[in-house]
Design a protein around this ligand. Structure first.
Ligand code: C6P
Length: 420
């Protein structure tokens, strides 16, 4: 007789129970896609949202919706308090010195563009150098190219090796007194490489360069401490860290923000406006022209609360365990090659599989209920480096499980059957 209670494997572990509870906080995960349980492995593109984030925005509209910093009436005061409380949560989340260093923007892309337009046009001129890397997302490449076109500055690159790691000797060679700014990603969205940003920042500062760190892929997965890093700018997107879309932050050291001219003009960012000219508000408001994304900021604040409560160190070790399991499982699939094998890696599994086009792989996986991203991942120079048009990318979040990886592998076996 098969009596289940004599088999310990039928009893869930502490970790399995905790994961189930976490998954229950994400209503969207509890659904079937094409008749199969949804397996969501496209977290680097955008993460799913926990109940607390969704509820915080619903409550904002149900209870306190009003414009911020403008009214003396009750609702406006409440909305302003909630909006500024969210700024405080972000400040503490990344250990910034002051809320004045936190600018709410649409996301990482807008934040890099702000720095390029405002800091860049004032402080980076003809012949100056901007040092970026071959593994950057387009949003940390194109703004610098546009700036260089406008100012005569030169964009230089640090290349990556076959494992997808920055060639640090090259970085040191290319850092000179001409370098005015280094822009580097904390974690590569296409390869998963975790860059030694603290060392890079130290080296850049020795030649007097400022450093912008693109934290879009880091903030959901590890504790960020901008004071410990000593970065000058840090950008992140809320939607990748369990918050809503359309909101993110630029962190910048206060003295830098004080010196930076406005990026956009409009309401809120001014001190006085006369027909003959205007003066501008202090940071961060100088950079928040117009009515901001109030519900987005509140939702992002709730996402920070959620991450604090779960504990990013726990998240990080869970995802690291999954990454190891995923790496091992994928390498057992014959004909599969991982792209991005850095010794320091986060939960991103980018791969090619025989000579099957990633879009076909993605489509067949989708038929099995498995969501991955396929394409160049807005990192075309990375694809060029590995001489590939595209990869398939599975990216992990705190609610993923070993079973999700097993489903991915089972889906890949199906892909092979279809193409046999
Ligand atoms: N990467 C991905 O699937 P926005 O679009 O502003 O929220 O984030 C841009 C961005 C900047 N830097 C890095 C390292 C990123 O990964 C991203 C967004 C998504 O990989 C969408 S292309």
């Amino acid at each position: 007789m098969n009596f289940p209670y004599q088999n310990q494997k039928t009893i869930p572990s502490f970790q399995e129970i905790a994961l189930k509870t976490i998954q229950n906080e994400f209503p969207i995960l509890n659904q079937e896609v094409r008749g199969r349980k949804l397996v969501y492995l496209d977290n680097a593109a955008t993460s799913q949202k926990p109940r607390v984030v969704i509820e915080s925005m619903r409550a904002y509209y149900n209870e306190i919706n009003a414009n911020v910093h403008r009214g003396v009436h009750h609702l406006s005061e409440k909305a302003t308090v909630a909006y500024e409380a969210a700024r405080k949560k972000l400040q503490e989340f990344i250990n910034a010195v002051s809320t004045k260093e936190i600018v709410f923007l649409r996301g990482a892309t807008e934040a890099v563009n702000l720095v390029a337009h405002s800091y860049g046009r004032k402080f980076i001129g003809n012949g100056d150098e901007i040092l970026i890397t071959e593994m950057e997302h387009h949003s940390n490449i194109v703004p610098w190219q546009l700036l260089a076109e406008q100012t005569g500055a030169v964009v230089k690159f640090v290349h990556i090796n076959q494992a997808g790691e920055l060639i640090l000797d090259e970085l040191e060679e290319k850092l000179t007194e001409k370098t005015k700014l280094v822009a580097v990603t904390h974690i590569s969205n296409a390869l998963g490489t975790v860059n030694p940003v603290k060392d890079i920042i130290g080296k850049a500062h020795q030649v007097g360069a400022k450093v912008l760190v693109d934290g879009a892929q880091a903030a959901p997965h590890r504790k960020i401490d901008v004071r410990d890093l000593d970065c000058d700018f840090y950008v992140l997107s809320g939607h990748k860290m369990y918050g809503p879309t359309g909101i993110g932050i630029l962190y910048a050291k206060q003295d830098l923000l004080e010196e930076m001219p406005p990026y956009q003009g409009g309401g809120e960012m001014i001190s006085t406006v006369r027909l003959t000219g205007s003066t501008f508000a202090k940071p961060p408001y100088r950079f928040e022209a117009g009515t901001p994304n109030i519900e987005g900021a509140i939702g992002l604040g709730a996402a920070v609360d959620f991450l604090n409560r779960i504990d990013l160190n726990v998240v990080s070790s869970h995802e690291q365990e999954l990454l190891e399991y995923g790496t091992k499982s994928l390498l057992e699939v014959e004909g599969l090659k991982l792209i991005g094998t850095a010794s320091q890696k986060a939960g991103i599994l980018s791969f090619v599989f025989e000579d099957i086009h990633p879009h076909d792989i993605g489509t067949i996986l989708d038929q099995q209920g498995v969501a991955v991203r396929t394409g160049h991942h807005c990192a075309m120079p990375v694809m060029e480096r590995f001489d590939l048009p595209a990869t398939t990318r599975a990216s992990l979040a705190l609610y993923n499980t070993k079973e999700d990886i097993d489903e991915l592998v089972a889906g890949l076996i199906k892909v092979r059957e279809v193409f046999a």
